[in-house]
Design a protein around this ligand. Structure first.
Ligand SMILES: *[C@@H]1O[C@H](CO)[C@@H](O)[C@H](O)[C@H]1NC(C)=O
Ligand SMILES: *[C@@H]1O[C@H](CO)[C@@H](O)[C@H](O)[C@H]1NC(C)=O
Ligand SMILES: *[C@@H]1O[C@H](CO)[C@@H](O)[C@H](O)[C@H]1NC(C)=O
Length: 474
């Protein structure tokens, strides 16, 4: 070898070594970060004596909010104003967003049919036991279904935490809560569940923070404290959308508390998992059951669909307060903004339907219940800030996507959801992915749209966790 060549080889070897070291740094699993379990989110100054604060504020209070007549007549007046909406373009359905001709019909129904029945809807919404309690300075709201002792004999009794996302609410879970309740009463059923359904902080009846930094990881801390407050130290988690991300963070930060994590929007964002997803595209049939290839491939089409449908995401991650100001006290705009998601995310093909297909899979009452929750609690801005906090430098710096969690994991994929991950990708984050299903029917809001399918899928998961792991019921 000539001297020059030797030097070149040496330089290449050192360079290669450095690159390898860097890449493997990107690649390597990381330990879970420690988050402050007492981080303060309340409006008031952080109490100097946290133990005294806990002693003072840990009461769980039954809650049944009722809105004054004035609030409802005021909403009526707003809905009764002459609408100055811009008509849709010729031949356009939902492709440019919520169709304004159809929006008029929604507003009419809301004003003339739904709102006069509001007291009935209120009774419906408050049918389960609602509670609030203070966690880290925030008043948190949740539904809590408990199993009575006489029904526990001979059963496997577990708690399950159900976590909603945006633009949803606890309302998404009502049918699923009923199904869990019915199966709790069914003598032939082996499993019974205590069901805990919180509103995320800043969503619905849970207080939003006035401080920066309450991202999904910090919400996971709050939820973990809420479960501890209720006396649950081992539980299942089910979630979609943000509920799925927060559930994943809970499993990552507190694996000792989570018996199993079941998601209908399972994601794995590690660098390794992205590379695997791209490589799997070379031999799709090896990684995807037949009939479901188009959930993943071609990647280019998936990417362009995501770009088309994620404008809201960028907006909320960067300027949540601007879009929030446009929607606050504007029930018509709020309904359009929220309900558009219940059209496209339920089925992308509904974009070509004049009414967005929104009542194909849901009742208008259920959809308006959800809009009412955002309207009455004035939580659209605080709900959107979760996107900004999720993409802050500090939150990204936690690198939670690179912390594997051994918690038994179940993934239920619904064909029309926005995005999907392959088992081979998910296993990087969830080595104990023991349940993985594909459903032909259903989209992003599985709990609201196909509650029976989700319920069955969840029970199958619980059964597998029991068979494979030595878990103890309550
Ligand atoms: C390796 O990463 C460090 C920062 O972590 C960077 O400064 C350096 O340029 C990288 N080297 C190579 C060869 O990529
Ligand atoms: C606890 O409650 C009492 C009575 O409401 C109040 O005087 C006291 O300041 C509270 N202490 C803390 C630490 O919040
Ligand atoms: C609703 O608007 C219509 C038309 O502007 C008006 O005649 C009616 O009085 C309004 N209803 C109420 C209850 O304000």
């Amino acid at each position: 070898m000539s001297g020059a060549l030797k030097i070149l080889v040496l330089v290449l070897a050192i360079g290669g070594g450095l690159i390898y070291k860097n890449v493997s740094q990107l690649w390597a699993d990381l330990p879970a970060p420690k988050l402050d379990p007492q981080e303060w989110w309340g409006d008031e100054a952080q109490p100097k004596d946290y133990a005294a604060y806990l002693a003072n504020s840990s009461e769980v209070i039954g809650n049944r909010l009722s809105y004054p007549e004035k609030t409802i007549t005021d909403l009526f007046t707003r809905l009764n104003r002459t609408l100055r909406l811009t008509p849709p373009l010729e031949g356009v359905a939902f492709e440019y967003g919520f169709n304004t001709d159809y929006l008029k019909e929604v507003v009419e129904y809301w004003r003339d049919d739904y709102l006069p029945r509001w007291r009935e809807r209120e009774v419906f919404l408050w049918q389960f036991n609602h509670f609030t309690t203070d966690i880290q300075g925030l008043r948190m709201h949740f539904l809590h279904l408990m199993v009575y002792d006489e029904n526990k004999v001979g059963k496997q009794h577990y708690p399950v935490l159900l976590l909603h996302g945006w633009p949803g609410s606890v309302r998404e879970f009502y049918d699923l809560i009923h199904l869990l309740h019915q199966s709790n009463l069914d003598k032939n059923n082996k499993y019974i569940f205590d069901v805990i359904v919180p509103s995320l902080p800043g969503y619905g009846w849970s207080q939003g923070t006035s401080r920066k930094g309450l991202g999904p990881a910090q919400v996971a801390v709050i939820m973990s404290n809420l479960m501890a407050r209720l006396g649950y130290d081992k539980y299942f988690i089910q979630g979609g959308d943000w509920g799925s991300i927060i559930g994943s963070h809970m499993a990552t930060l507190y694996p000792e508390n989570v018996l199993g994590y079941h998601s209908n929007m399972c994601t794995s964002m590690s660098p390794k998992s992205h590379v695997m997803g791209a490589l799997a595209g070379l031999w799709p049939s090896l990684f995807v059951p037949s009939g479901f290839e188009d959930l993943f491939f071609p990647k280019s089409r998936q990417l362009s669909y995501l770009i088309e449908e994620s404008g809201y995401f960028h907006l909320q991650a960067t300027k949540p307060d601007t879009v929030g100001a446009a929607l606050t006290d504007n029930p018509v705009g709020l309904a359009a903004y929220i309900l558009e998601k219940f059209s496209t995310w339920t089925n992308p093909s509904y974009r070509s339907l004049a009414d967005g297909g929104i009542t194909k899979r849901y009742t208008m009452d259920a959809l308006l219940d959800n809009v009412m929750i955002y309207y009455l609690t004035n939580s659209i801005t605080t709900s959107q800030r979760l996107y900004a906090e999720a993409y802050s430098k500090e939150q990204r710096g936690l690198l939670l996507e690179r912390v594997p969690t051994p918690v038994p994991t179940g993934c239920a994929r619904f064909k029309s959801d926005i995005m999907h991950f392959l088992d081979i990708q998910l296993k990087d984050k969830f080595p104990n992915l023991i349940h993985s299903t594909y459903h032909k029917q259903g989209g992003h809001f599985a709990a609201l749209e196909v509650p029976k399918v989700l319920h069955k899928d969840f029970l199958e998961f619980v059964k597998k966790v029991e068979q494979k792991f030595n878990i103890k019921p309550l």
